[in-house]
Write a protein that binds this ligand. Structure first.
Ligand SMILES: Cc1ncc(COP(=O)(O)O)c(C=O)c1O
Length: 373
C-alpha cells in the first residue's frame, strides 16, 4: 500500500463546505486586500498564541523578513541562528545585508544548542532567531537570558510550531515576536502562501504593520522602506476555519507519534524523536534518526521506503553553514558537527492527522524491515 508523506485532500474533504463558504464570502465581498477577514484571522491566531497582536504576512519568509526589518536589523549587524533549519531563516538575515552567525544543534532535539548562543554574541549582534524545529520549541530560557543582558531582539521562527508550548508558554509568545508559516504542509496550512507575526510589543506591532505596506504611513508617505508583506483575505479565511480544528489535528499527530515511538522502541538502529518533558510538541514532522555508528544507513532506509512508495523526506540534507551562497562566511565541514551528522542521519515519516491505522502500520513495518528489525 502506498502512503503519501502528507494527504491534504483527506483533510480538505472534512472541512470542504466550511472552507468554501468562507472563501465565497471573501469573493462576494470583493474585499481582496486587508479587510475584516484578515483582522479576524490576526486576532484569532494572536489569541491562540497568547500574544496581544497578530500581523498577517504573505508567507512565513516575509513574516521573518518583516520582523527583522522592524526590529532594525540591517547592514553589518549579526544575527545568531541555528544552522539546521529551512533556508528562509538565514536567507532573511542575509537579504538585509546582515551576517548570519550559525550555531550547532543539540543532537537530541535538533534545535539550536541554547548554551552555545552566549558565546557567539559580539558587539555587532542585533538579534537571535531560535527555530522551533519539527514542532518542538527551542530551549528559550538561556536565549532570553542573553537577550536581557545584551538587549537583543528575539525573533522566534515558529514556522513549524504554531501551538507548541514550553513550560506552558506558547511558541511565538516568549521572544520579542514569533513568526508562523501557513505554507500548506504546515500544521496550520493555507490554500497557498501565508504567514503571521505575533507579538505583545505594541511598538513592534505598529512597525510591522507599517513595514508590511511599503513602510507607508500616512498613505504615500514613507519614513521607512518596507515591502508588500500582506496576508490576503482568502488565505486568512481558510486559516480562520482551520484554526478551530488545530488542537484536534495536533492530538491526532501526537497519537501517531506515540504509535511509531512504540513500534520503533525496540530497535537499536532507530532513534525516535526526543521531546523535552517541559515541551509540548506538535509534530509538524516526525523525524527519526538512523545512526551510522550503530550500523544503520539512512540512505538505505530511504531507498526501501521509496521502493515501497512510502512518503518520506530529509529535513535537511545540507546544513546552512555549508551552503554555497554562504561560502564567504568561511565555515567548513566539521565546524558544526552535530548538525552535519543529523543531516546525514535524519528521515521524516508520514505523521499527518488523517493517517489511518493500516497506513501507519505499513510505514512502521517498512521502516523496521529496512533496518532489519
Ligand atoms: C523553519 C522555517 N522557517 C521559515 C519557513 C518559511 O515559511 P514559508 O514557506 O511560508 O515562506 C519555513 C517553511 O517553509 C520553515 O519551515
Amino acid at each position: 500500500m502506498a502512503v503519501p508523506l502528507l494527504d491534504l485532500v483527506a483533510q480538505y474533504r472534512k472541512i470542504r463546505e466550511e472552507v468554501r463558504a468562507a472563501v465565497d464570502a471573501v469573493l462576494d465581498s470583493q474585499v481582496c486586500i486587508g479587510g475584516p477577514k484578515v483582522a479576524e484571522c490576526e486576532k484569532a491566531v494572536a489569541a491562540y498564541s497568547d500574544a496581544k497582536f497578530g500581523i498577517g504576512a504573505s508567507s512565513g519568509t516575509d513574516a521573518l523578513l518583516n520582523a527583522l526589518m522592524s526590529a532594525g536589523v540591517g547592514r553589518n549587524d549579526e544575527v545568531i541562528t541555528t544552522t539546521f533549519t529551512f533556508f528562509a531563516t538565514a536567507g532573511c538575515i542575509a537579504r538585509l545585508g546582515a551576517r548570519p552567525v550559525f550555531v550547532d544543534i543539540d543532537p537530541k532535539t535538533y534545535n539550536i544548542d541554547a548554551k552555545m548562543v552566549a558565546r557567539r554574541v559580539s558587539r555587532k549582534t542585533k538579534a537571535i532567531i531560535p527555530v522551533h524545529l519539527f514542532g518542538q520549541m527551542a530551549d528559550m530560557e538561556p536565549i532570553m537570558e542573553v537577550a536581557r543582558q545584551r538587549r537583543l531582539a528575539i525573533v522566534e521562527d515558529a514556522a513549524q510550531a504554531v501551538g507548541a508550548t514550553q513550560k506552558g508558554k506558547k511558541a511565538g509568545s516568549v521572544g520579542t515576536c514569533g513568526c508562523f508559516s501557513f505554507f500548506p504542509s504546515k500544521n496550520l496550512g493555507g490554500a497557498g502562501d501565508g504567514g503571521m507575526i505575533v507579538t505583545s510589543d505594541a511598538t513592534l506591532a505598529e512597525m510591522c504593520t507599517v513595514m508590511r505596506n511599503h513602510g507607508s504611513k500616512p498613505k504615500y508617505h514613507h519614513k521607512y522602506v518596507g515591502g508588500n508583506f500582506r496576508l490576503d483575505p482568502i488565505q486568512a479565511a481558510v486559516i480562520t476555519v482551520k484554526l478551530k480544528y488545530l488542537e484536534e489535528w495536533h492530538e491526532a499527530r501526537r497519537a501517531n507519534a506515540a504509535y511509531y515511538d512504540a513500534r520503533f522502541g525496540g530497535s537499536k538502529k532507530i532513534v525516535t524523536p526526543y521531546v523535552e518533558p517541559h515541551n509540548r510538541m506538535i509534530y509538524n514532522q516526525y523525524v527519526i534518526r538512523i545512526p551510522a555508528d550503530r550500523g544503520g544507513s539512512r540512505d538505505q532506509v530511504e531507498a526501501h521506503l521509496n521502493a515501497k512508495k512510502i512518503g518520506n523526506a530529509i529535513y535537511y540534507p545540507v546544513p546552512l553553514h555549508l551552503q554555497q551562497c554562504f561560502a564567504e562566511l568561511a565555515y567548513k565541514e566539521g565546524d558544526l558537527p552535530h548538525a552535519e551528522q543529523a543531516a546525514r542521519e535524519v528521515l521524516a515519516l508520514p505523521i499527518y492527522p488523517e493517517l489511518t491505522e493500516a497506513q501507519r502500520d505499513e510505514v512502521a513495518t517498512a521502516v523496521l524491515e529496512a533496518v532489519g528489525g
